[in-house]
Design a protein around this ligand. Structure first.
Ligand SMILES: [Fe+2]
Ligand SMILES: [Fe+2]
Length: 291
């Protein structure tokens, strides 16, 4: 049995994670506001020369196959759209966390980013097709960040996956969150929550990170958004993009139907869209990582 972390040990781990860049942080604050527009995003990106250069590099990458280069940041941002700008900023700012090899989950480097990206795309589709009053772009950002806590506790879970799966098999009231608590004292939503507070993320994102496996416990104001990410997370896992040992080891809360109006055909369409959007986004964002 692994050693359980105390709360102060967990906080020390969380505090050792670098802060987001100021522009990434401001971008998350801005895009969580209902009344922002793309011009606000443009103005913010312009304050960060490195981010501006990255955005131009992505828009002019082979993935988009433009006939002539885009040299204006305004045009680049309106061409790419908010969700890609946010992905670039988060990837630049916290790429090390997302690329981390989640050995404690028996997952390889890059699995967390791929799972988060698929969850983000699915959550965005769920939000826009569900008829609920949820910003699709905010659902995307929330999907990207939802499992960040796994990068924090993975090392401490090393070697625990077989025992965790055994616990779940022998007691149907146990899911992977309960197993994480039994192994290291905290689950990945609690660890992510502590980081979200230190990063001073907007409340909506904090709630998604904390309650994406227990959406009914989220505050009323953000509950529909949390359900959208909950469903997006399950769609990502169902399509074979989990993060290793814990994939599909969490219950799906059928209460999403109270917040999101989706027919089985809508869900099928969302699954298809996730596949095609994922390849497109994955390719374009890889240009972001090239030096
Ligand atoms: Fe999770
Ligand atoms: Fe997840």
């Amino acid at each position: 049995m692994n050693k359980k972390l105390s709360h102060s040990e967990l906080l020390a781990i969380v505090k050792s994670v670098p802060m987001l860049t100021p522009s990434a942080n401001q971008l998350l604050q801005l895009t969580a506001q209902e009344d922002h527009d793309l011009a606000d995003v443009v103005n913010l990106v312009k304050t960060d020369a490195k981010l501006t250069a990255r955005v131009l590099k992505v828009v002019n990458s082979a993935a988009f196959g433009l006939l002539s280069n885009i040299t204006s940041i305004d045009r680049a941002i309106s061409y790419l759209g908010e969700r890609i700008i946010v992905s670039i900023a988060i990837g630049d700012s916290a790429g090390k966390l997302f690329d981390k090899e989640l050995a404690g989950y028996e997952a390889t480097g890059g699995d967390l980013w791929r799972h988060d990206l698929r969850t983000a795309i699915a959550a965005r589709e769920v939000a826009s097709q569900s008829g609920a009053d949820i910003s699709p772009d905010l659902a995307f950002t929330a999907g990207l960040l939802h499992d960040i806590g796994k990068a924090l506790i993975s090392d401490y879970l090393l070697g625990t996956a077989p025992d965790a799966i055994q616990m779940i098999r022998s007691d149907e009231s146990v899911d992977y969150l309960t197993a994480e608590v039994a192994m290291v004292g905290f689950d990945h939503t609690q660890a992510g929550y502590e980081l979200a507070k230190i990063w001073q993320l907007p409340e909506a994102l904090v709630e998604v990170i904390r309650y994406h496996h227990q959406p009914s416990q989220a505050g009323e104001a953000n509950r529909a958004l949390v359900y959208a990410v909950h469903l997006g997370d399950n769609i990502a896992m169902l399509s074979g993009f989990g993060t290793g040992a814990d994939s599909m080891q969490y219950p799906l809360d059928p209460g999403y139907g109270n917040y999101l109006s989706l027919t089985p055909i809508d869900l099928e369409n969302i699954i298809l869209t996730v596949d095609s959007e994922f390849s497109k986004l994955q390719e374009s964002l890889t240009a972001n990582g090239e030096e």
